[in-house]
Write a protein that binds this ligand. Structure first.
Ligand code: Z5A
Length: 209
């Protein structure tokens, strides 16, 4: 059986990752592929429990930065082994809304942990399960936040970080895209949804050949 393909969506807040990931799943299904959609942090019962801790900080105890890195990595390790690799081995395509590059961008470039250390932790968590294609939905931080404000629903723990934090994250993603240029493709997330979806579909056609 031919291994499926693994596609990830990455980028700063409000870039339309969820919108585009779901559009891609629908397009792939229409093209006759079996597809699994998942997200990070989350995607498994353990991962969803970790997501609750990370997003909403309900215990009232501040989460240390080191704990934050390891919780994201723990959620990822579980998702890779219980969901992503088994699906790929069944020949399915996997579309994931954020993955390991989020840790390098947010905890590495954003929080200031050494980037190489974040990459080493990711490598431990994913055990070689690298995406075949990572679509970076890039847009200015202010534009992403304007969209989230329009959407409503309040800000989670990381969204509440200062604008400079989110600027470092965006810059980090662009650095990662330069470093791994064979895997990353950058799309301008300010374009209309249909235009971005058409461009993403084009990129996906290339990895399916
Ligand atoms: N995080 C981390 O720090 N380290 C890690 O390792 C991982 C994650 C894995 C997860 O949040 C948080 O965890 C995230 C990074 C951090 N934190 N922050 N801050 P999440 O999963 O809850 O949310 P998100 O991944 O940040 O997604 P998002 O920013 O909420 O949105 P999005 O998925 O990019 O966009 P969307 O929901 O598809 O669209 C947002 C709005 O824009 C919505 O109203 C759409 O209708 C609209 N939209 C979408 N596309 C367009 C276009 N093209 N034009 C106009 N309007 C559009």
């Amino acid at each position: 059986m031919q291994r499926g393909k693994f596609i990830t969506f990455e980028g700063p807040e409000g870039g339309g990752k969820t919108t585009q990931a779901k559009r891609l799943v629908a397009a792939l299904e229409q093209a006759g592929r079996k597809v699994l959609y998942t997200r990070e942090p989350g995607g498994t019962p353990t991962g969803e429990a970790i997501r609750e801790i990370l997003q909403h900080d309900k215990s009232g105890e501040a989460i240390c930065r080191e704990t934050e890195v390891l919780l994201f990595a723990a959620s990822r390790a579980q998702l890779v082994r219980h969901v992503i690799v088994p699906a790929l081995e069944r020949g399915e395509w996997v579309v994931c809304d954020r993955f390991a590059d989020s840790t390098t961008a947010y905890q590495g470039y954003g929080r200031g942990f050494p980037v190489e250390q974040m990459i080493a932790i990711n490598d431990f968590a994913i055990d070689g399960a690298q995406p075949d294609l990572t679509i970076l939905l890039d847009l200015p931080v202010s534009a992403g936040f304007a969209r989230l404000q329009q959407r409503g629903g309040g800000k989670d723990r990381i969204e509440r970080e200062a604008q400079e934090f989110h600027e470092r994250v965006r810059h980090g993603y662009l650095e990662l895209a330069r470093r791994w240029s064979a895997r990353f493709q950058i799309l301008d997330a300010r374009e209309p949804t249909d235009v971005v979806a058409a461009k993403a579909w084009e990129l996906v056609q290339r990895v399916s050949r």
